[in-house]
Design a protein. Structure first.
Length: 182
């Protein structure tokens, strides 16, 4: 099992058409964002332009969570509103336009991966999947099999568990909890 603690403060900014994006992780490490050859990518972005058209990624499923306010968005010409911390799912090839400024969490997963899910959790989780992602909304202590990790707001913890060992997780606060099984 490999555990990666990826602090927000260590992520590097890149420019996208609507603001800045901060990549936490691209998997596998040999993948390239520009080539769109990754299994998954985790990032956070600022939405600074209104309206902002989201970049399309054919062949990817996308999860997006606003971290600071509600999201007024249009997906394939259908208007929607997502509240702060509400998980939005869409096909990354959809026509998506945001009418809100703010900060988001963004997880893109290749459509080749059939089992993935993102939810908000607190308390306990017990799982045995190859990849677990944990994203903190606030200062959070996460225990993994009794070992503690301290996360600041918007830090990411990724557990690679290729042997599918049983992992016991405990959270001191709500956070995003994602799993990938491949």
């Amino acid at each position: 099992m490999n555990i990666h603690l990826l602090p927000k403060k260590d992520s590097k900014a890149s420019i996208w058409s609507g603001g800045l994006t901060y990549e936490y992780m691209i998997y596998p490490e040999t993948a390239n964002y520009t080539n769109r050859d990754f299994t998954f990518r985790i990032s956070s972005a600022t939405i600074e332009e209104v309206p902002s058209v989201f970049t399309k990624f054919k062949g990817y499923h996308r999860y997006l969570v606003m971290l600071d306010n509600s999201l007024y968005i249009e997906v394939n010409k259908e208007k929607k509103v997502h509240e702060k911390y509400e998980i939005m799912e869409f096909n990354s090839d959809d026509e998506v336009t945001s009418y809100t400024k703010g900060i988001d969490f963004n997880w893109m997963v290749s459509e080749k991966i059939s089992h993935h899910k993102l939810e908000i959790t607190n308390g306990y989780q017990n799982c045995n999947v190859p990849v677990i992602i944990l994203f903190s909304f606030d200062t959070t202590v996460i225990k993994i099999n009794e070992k503690s990790y301290d996360l600041e707001p918007h830090d990411l913890l990724v557990i690679e568990n290729p042997e599918k060992e049983n992992i016991m997780l405990h959270f001191s606060n709500e956070c995003l909890f994602g799993i990938l099984d491949f």
